[in-house]
Ligand binder design. Structure first.
Ligand SMILES: C[S@@+](CC[C@H](N)C(=O)[O-])C[C@H]1O[C@@H](n2cnc3c(N)ncnc32)[C@H](O)[C@@H]1O
Length: 667
């Protein structure tokens, strides 16, 4: 970061105006309290005249243990102004981290009365600085550890010591990984490996002693190792190489994931899985009218893994700390994102800020036209600027809400609403929405798995539901419009949108009435009378899905009838609970049908005739109930076919087969 180095542009607190920023102005402040760090850093600071102000710094990679703006820090704030606070007061708020420059106490810009020369103990040698750095690392004061390792490496320029040099680069690499500074970590590790090779007689004349070649290998996203680097370097360096390669993303050509192992490893505090990406079978291309999209390169079968990808960013640890509340308020359109979005935003800003090498992939994503309107041309080879507003546009349009494991959602109590994290996956960000999708996304830790909900042809676009579609088409489109700026034009939306308004209104009214009736009657316990009453009302609602005009074809012939799903589900489960096998079978078929999945039985063959792609927990249950019912009728072949498909669909909706046995065993 470089500050405006001239004292002429300097202003004092008394010069500032509310909400008006001088484009050249710089304000020097000295903090006079320790910081309060949550998603922002808040502190109190004085200017040269002794006037004081509350200083809020947003999007800073800050924490209480290793505070950046600690008490006594001297900072230069670019383009400062007063901003009003909700409590009626005023503060100086720094929105963009690069508008804040932390000054060394000896900096020429620092007023003489604040200046003091920082004494670096010149008598210490590299080994001693290494020990100091290690101490800071143990205390989790990572930035200070970096400073001490830097001092150590500087000492080695005068008195070289290859063992110590390897050690210092290795340690600094580790700290940089913790701080998500992967570009710096890569350089450190490449240096450590090349110094190791240069000082090992059998390797000194190989390409391993060239740090640039090592850096290229660390960044090549491949599992291959043509230089046999991994067999020639010490274990500690090998482990760091694996860590960096996974964090930068490795691609593998086959989807061989050890799901039981990954699932057992993942927990609320252990989200980051060492696994490679599998994106070989899909490609990003232009669509006819939905911008870019993801396409299948080959035909895929229902249940098959389409792609798997490690997160670009997924805040984990601090999300657990419920006391660290925060909100991300966007001044652009006055919207606010709650805690999960605010944490993700902060992590994205930091990751992009410290790693210019990964900016291109990120900033190519859809930003809703923000950069076209507000940006400028960036010359070839020039670093892409980290514009926090652009990041926020990209975050909003492309992030996902994620549980720790998708399978966990199946076992949660009915009204339990877990706080989901917000995560970011670059390749998957190109997948467009359809209410009738051919894929479902699932998560196990920081890996996102996308599986086929039905057979997919080579060249077909991959789609998934951004959110499950509302019954009412107007409400549905409003949600897509406000969150992502589009109107869905899938077959279901076109047909639902063509239904006269009065019919749609009546559907909604009857649906609400039925829902209330189901709630009321199920509270009293299931009886044949209550089942029949709901079945009668359901028939009335069904009428609203059939055309009254003679000879007119059924617009929903292959489509879901969303308003019918809830009562049909109730009736399927109600008939099952009173052990009426034939009725359970009838309604399980109806349930599938209302999700747009048409199944038939011919002799001992169960067949899916057409599938809208709406595979979910209810359709899995419908198959499970069918299987049970056929078993009780002695129709084992049908039962097996139903349970086999249910297991495939279970894999689709959870990501893997882990937990299937327990799920299907449950009564
Ligand atoms: C996650 S991105 C998907 C990739 C995007 N099409 C691109 O070119 O980068 C979400 C954006 O894609 C577009 N989109 C996604 N699904 C769509 C759909 N069904 N119809 C129209 N636009 C869609 C919208 O512009 C939306 O904001």
């Amino acid at each position: 970061m470089s500050a405006g180095r001239s004292r002429e542009k300097q202003v004092q607190l008394s010069d500032l105006i509310i909400d008006t920023r001088g484009s050249e102005a710089v304000l020097l402040l000295r903090t006079i309290t320790g910081p309060y760090v949550y998603s922002n850093t808040v502190t109190v600071a004085e200017d040269e005249n002794g006037d004081v102000a509350r200083l809020t710094v947003c999007n800073l990679e800050d924490n209480m243990i290793d505070a950046i703006v600690a008490e006594g820090s001297i900072v230069a704030v670019k383009q400062p102004c007063w901003n009003e606070l909700v409590d009626g007061g005023y503060h100086i708020r720094v929105d963009h981290p690069s508008d804040l420059v932390l000054l060394e106490p000896g900096d020429a810009l620092v007023p003489s009365k604040w200046r003091k020369k920082e004494k670096v103990d010149q008598s210490r040698d590299a080994t001693q600085w290494k020990k100091e750095g290690d101490m800071m690392f143990l205390k989790k004061r990572f930035r200070k550890a970096l400073v001490f390792y830097d001092y150590g490496l500087a000492k080695l320029l005068k008195s070289p010591d290859q063992v110590c040099e390897i050690d210092l680069h290795r340690k600094r690499c580790g700290v940089n990984i913790v701080l998500m500074r992967l570009d710096d970590a890569t350089k450190d590790l490449a240096n450590a490996i090349s110094v190791h090779a240069a000082s090992t007689p059998s390797l000194s004349s190989t390409e391993l002693s060239n740090s640039s070649i090592i850096e290229v290998w660390l960044r090549n996203n491949s599992t291959e190792d043509p230089l046999q680097i991994s067999s020639n370097i010490p274990r500690a360096l090998k482990e760091l190489a694996a860590r960096i390669k996974f964090d930068l993303g490795i691609s593998q050509p086959t989807p061989d994931y050890n799901f039981p192992l990954i699932s057992s490893y993942v927990g609320p505090l252990t989200l980051h899985v060492d696994a490679a990406n599998y994106i070989y079978e899909t490609e990003i291309k232009r669509t006819a009218s939905h911008g870019r999209g993801v396409f299948a390169k080959r035909a895929l079968k229902v249940g098959e893994l389409i792609c798997a990808e490690k997160a670009f960013a997924l805040p984990g640890y601090f999300m657990q700390d419920r006391s660290s509340d925060c909100l991300l308020y966007s001044l652009g359109d006055e919207t606010a994102a709650p805690r999960p979005g605010a944490w993700l935003f902060k992590e994205l800003v930091q990751k992009l800020r410290w790693n210019p090498s990964i900016r291109k992939d990120f900033f190519e994503l859809d930003d809703g036209g923000y950069w076209k309107e507000n940006g400028w041309d960036i010359a070839e080879g020039e670093d892409i600027p980290v514009d926090v507003f652009r990041i926020e546009h990209i975050r909003r349009l492309n992030c996902f809400s994620v549980p720790t494991r998708s399978a966990d959602l199946l076992s949660q109590a009915p009204n339990f609403n877990p706080e989901l994290r917000n995560g970011f996956w670059v390749h998957a960000s190109y997948i467009n929405h359809s209410c009738l999708p051919n894929s479902v996304r699932t998560f196990i830790g920081d890996i996102r798995f996308t599986r086929a909900t039905r057979d997919i042809e080579a060249g077909e676009e991959i789609t998934n539901q951004y959110i499950s579609p509302d019954i009412d088409i107007d409400e549905r489109q409003e949600k897509y419009r406000s969150a992502w700026g589009f109107d869905c034009d899938c077959e279901l939306c076109v047909v639902d949108g063509g239904i006269p308004k009065d019919v749609r209104k009546e559907r909604k009214r009857l649906f609400e009435e039925l829902k209330a009736m189901v709630m009321r009657l199920s509270e009293k316990g299931t009886t044949i009378t209550s089942i029949k009453k709901i079945a009668r009302a359901l028939r009335e609602l069904e009428e609203l899905y059939t055309s009254s005009k003679e000879g007119q074809s059924d617009a929903y012939a292959t489509l879901p009838r969303l308003a019918l799903v809830h009562p049909t589900l109730y009736l399927t489960e109600a008939w099952r609970s009173v052990k009426n096998v034939d009725k359970t079978i009838d309604y399980a078929f109806k349930l599938l049908r209302n999700f747009g999945i048409f199944a038939k039985v011919e002799g001992s063959r169960f067949e899916i005739v057409s599938n809208s792609g709406m595979v979910n927990i209810e359709t899995v249950r419908a198959l499970k109930y069918l299987s049970e019912a056929y078993t009780s009728k002695g129709e084992e072949q049908l039962a097996t076919q139903c349970i086999d498909l249910a297991q495939t669909w279970f894999t689709v909706i959870t990501g893997s087969e882990v937990g299937a046995e327990e799920f299907f065993r449950e009564k």
